[in-house]
Design a protein around this ligand. Sequence first.
Ligand SMILES: [Zn+2]
Length: 320
Amino acid sequence: MKSILLTPAIEDMANEYSSELFLDRKDEFVQPLPNLRALLNGLDNAVTIRTGYKKYIITVIRVYPFINRLKPSFIDRVHQLFANLDVDLSEKININGKDLPFYKHVTSAMRYDAVRDKDFLPYAKRLGIRSCVYCNANYAISFKVKKSNIAKYELDHFKPQSVYPYLCTNFYNLYPVCANCNKAKLKTITLFPLYTEDPARRYPFKFTLDKKSIVKYMLTQDYTDLKIEFDTSDHDDHNRVFKIEGSYNALKDVAEELIWKHKIYNSSYLKSLRESFGKKFNYGGFNRLILGNYDKPTDIHQRPLSKLTQDIAKQLGILK
Ligand SMILES: [Zn+2]
């Protein structure tokens, strides 16, 4: 729902992820490079006449030292190395006794399974991501129970595995999302990027309450009369694929509560509340108390519905 500015601190995080990946594993854990070499050897015995497959694996091995920290702006350049190879990524091939589409041989060799179940989870936390980055309507949290990692979210590959299998463990290509959004996206290539190098493109989306619907609501006091609109600027596909406007219009009661707050919290009431809050806590959390959600655009990933809450609170004048 918002893009993360790709700062040097985020790059450092990606570099740390890449350099420490699987270092903590026991000897029996087969690392990606030996796995990829075994895949290459296995191709000698596979029933396939095309040489493109071997070249594909050789290219993955070549780019592996930097592929997990490759910045999004360099992906097109690297993809050129794969683009002209004579390979059908979805073709089922039996290699080393496993009958899988070719791209799944690659993602399995690169140990995406281990990244999904363990290695990426602490980084999602460090990025402040605790809600689905596509819809901001569901939590995306992870925690430990005894020694097991549990993630209450799925990882979407922004660049789909079936087209870019070599990016299956790339730091910038893994998006914590809810199961609904992951299912809706499947192999679709959507345009909203989680990372941007342009500060002006961090917030491409905006919710508004239709003004006429507010007037109608004031008369009827029936929240179903409210209408939530979703402006996508140049990412129309986002609404179409994830059905954002439709799903948020099932949450009109949240907008109703903001109208209540707008009416109840007049300036003198807010002043006295702020003073009593300020005596006990620092002022930083005051707007969060009023909204019942995070109030800063940079914190949108911290909690579901914070984007809706912030946008409508601004529209109504609760937030400056
Ligand atoms: Zn979602």
